[in-house]
Ligand binder design. Structure first.
Ligand SMILES: C[S@@+](CC[C@H](N)C(=O)[O-])C[C@H]1O[C@@H](n2cnc3c(N)ncnc32)[C@H](O)[C@@H]1O
Length: 197
């Protein structure tokens, strides 16, 4: 029997599909809850071409490896560790969104509006970018869960690089809006992503 029909493959692929479905649908529903359906676009599903390509690539790695090296996918402890990272990352991300409420937008705001307040409580008391930290863990966790060594490394590098570019850009506008209030806050808290100040 082909390994793709094994119990392990069924479990790992179902977990992956559920993780993806839950992540994107809950992002969209929370955006609708906080901003209203009129202001939310399909962009809040966070399904970019690059992201879809990355997920397809990870599925290809999975299928190739399970066919040629099926024992690689039987690392139960590693796969469970990945699942735990997915769950922890998802919880951190959603707690951050709920804490920031209307101040949280999927697109970086370049102009302040009245309902945008600086959030420094909850998870934001400990790190400046908890939702990015949650996504970082979630995305790497999905690949560890699939026992995909290449994509684990690739996702870690690509997602890290994405936040390395995005955080200074986002903080440029936050400094403009909130001035010294943001400066003080930024000095007291770390970014939440390793090796990003
Ligand atoms: C996708 S959210 C990400 C928020 C944050 N970087 C995080 O990881 O939780 C981006 C929007 O959140 C806003 N934002 C980021 N940090 C904030 C804070 N501490 N208080 C209020 N708004 C914030 C930015 O202005 C931007 O429009």
């Amino acid at each position: 029997m082909l390994d793709i029909f094994s119990f392990t493959a069924f479990r790992q692929i179902s977990q992956m599909l559920f993780a993806i479905f839950f992540f994107h649908s809950s992002e969209f529903l929370l955006a609708v809850y906080f901003h209203g359906i009129q202001k939310v676009t399909p962009n809040s599903l966070l399904l970019s071409i690059d992201y879809v390509m990355a997920m397809i690539f990870s599925l290809v790695e999975y299928l190739v490896e399970i066919h040629f090296f099926p024992e690689m996918k039987e690392q139960c402890a590693i796969s469970k560790m990945g699942l735990a990272l997915v769950v922890v990352g998802e919880i951190i991300r959603k707690l951050a969104i709920i804490t920031a409420g209307r101040s949280f937008t999927h697109l970086i705001k370049k102009y302040i509006d009245d309902d945008h307040v600086l959030i420094t409580h909850g998870l934001y008391k400990y790190v400046r970018h908890p939702s990015y930290c949650g996504f970082f863990l979630w995305s790497i966790g999905t690949q560890i869960m699939l026992c995909n060594p290449l994509c684990t490394l690739a996702f870690a590098l690509v997602v890290w690089h994405f936040f390395h570019m995005r955080i200074p850009y986002e903080e440029f506008f936050l400094r403009q809006y909130f001035g010294s209030q943001y400066e003080v806050y930024a000095r007291q808290t770390s970014s939440g992503i390793p090796f990003i100040k």
